[in-house]
Design a protein around this ligand. Structure first.
Ligand code: PXL
Length: 280
């Protein structure tokens, strides 16, 4: 498949800057490490606000340490006020206090409404290990979703956030409407976990129109970091000024290629691979 990639910045010129506000994965498959890999291979400069450090390998998440909220807010402020950001995305936020701090900082810096903000509402690892305290779901709905340009839940996250079991295209539309009603400009319901079809249908909604994005399901056993990678590539396209439907279409194409190139790692699940970009 040929992929139209994002425009590259010539050497010595400053590329677009995208901020990831997310957790570290010691196994290097998901979280900050996945985001930075996609940013780099799309020619974007990575800025990072670490929210938590997970203890993790290919078999799962053994535990995590939350970064103090003033340190998280400080990282965001430091880079936004000096370096400047063309887009941001959130991943693992761990707790209600961290979500409040990120939302408050985003508002206080005057970024809300004028800088693309992709919220990937990460709740658990692919092994089911919790990455967000259940008590934080309400803060996610009321504090962060209204600031988001785009929210990108998978079907498990949809169930937790709006209580809808997506089983077909009608319930996927219902879920998109319920998510949009929480305040983001756009809601993307990722259909990658929809069983029984050979496709991976994602549905985007802005309160008026629905946009469908389809791609073949890549049944690799190694899809760690797929959601992060989709959000990261979409944020990069938004940083380049793409419209939301074009940015999501780009993100979907990018993650599909990364899924095709996924590789085994350790004794468990391997990651999707943005490194395909470096291969001949
Ligand atoms: O893929 C979601 C995710 C995000 N961030 C971190 C993770 C995971 C999944 O394991 O560990 C840090």
């Amino acid at each position: 498949m040929s992929v139209n990639l994002l425009p590259l910045t010539p050497p010595t010129q400053t590329p677009p800057r995208v901020l990831t506000i997310a957790g570290s994965d010691s196994g290097g498959g998901a979280g900050i490490q996945a985001d930075m890999r996609t940013f780099a291979l799309l020619g974007v400069h990575s800025l990072v606000a670490v929210t938590a450090v997970t203890i993790q390998n290919s078999l799962g998440v053994k535990g995590f340490h939350e970064i103090p909220t003033d340190v998280i807010a400080g990282q965001i402020e430091a880079v936004a006020t000096d370096i400047g950001i063309q887009a941001a995305k959130t991943g693992m936020l761990a707790s209600s206090a961290i979500i409040e701090s990120v939302a408050g900082t985003w508002r206080d810096l005057g970024l809300a409404g004028n800088t693309p903000f992709v919220v990937d509402p990460v709740c658990a690892s692919m092994h089911g290990d919790p990455l967000l305290h259940p008590s934080a779901l309400q803060t996610l709905r009321t504090e962060l979703f209204p600031l988001a340009s785009l929210v990108t839940p998978n079907l498990d996250e949809v169930r937790l956030i709006v209580g809808i079991d997506v089983v077909d295209s009608a319930s996927q539309r219902e879920a998109a409407k319920a998510l949009h009603a929480l305040g983001p400009q756009w809601a993307l319901v990722k259909g990658g976990h929809l069983r029984g079809c050979g496709q991976s249908p994602d549905l985007l909604y802005d309160g008026t129109d629905f946009y469908e994005f389809d791609a073949p399901r890549i049944d690799t056993g190694h899809d760690h970091g797929a959601g992060d990678t989709l959000g990261a590539a979409t944020a990069c396209a938004l940083a380049h000024g793409y419209s939301m439907p074009d940015a999501v279409a780009f993100g979907k194409t990018w993650v599909t290629e990364c899924l095709r190139a996924a590789y085994p790692l350790g004794a468990g699940h391997g990651p999707v691979s943005a490194l395909w970009r470096l291969q001949a």
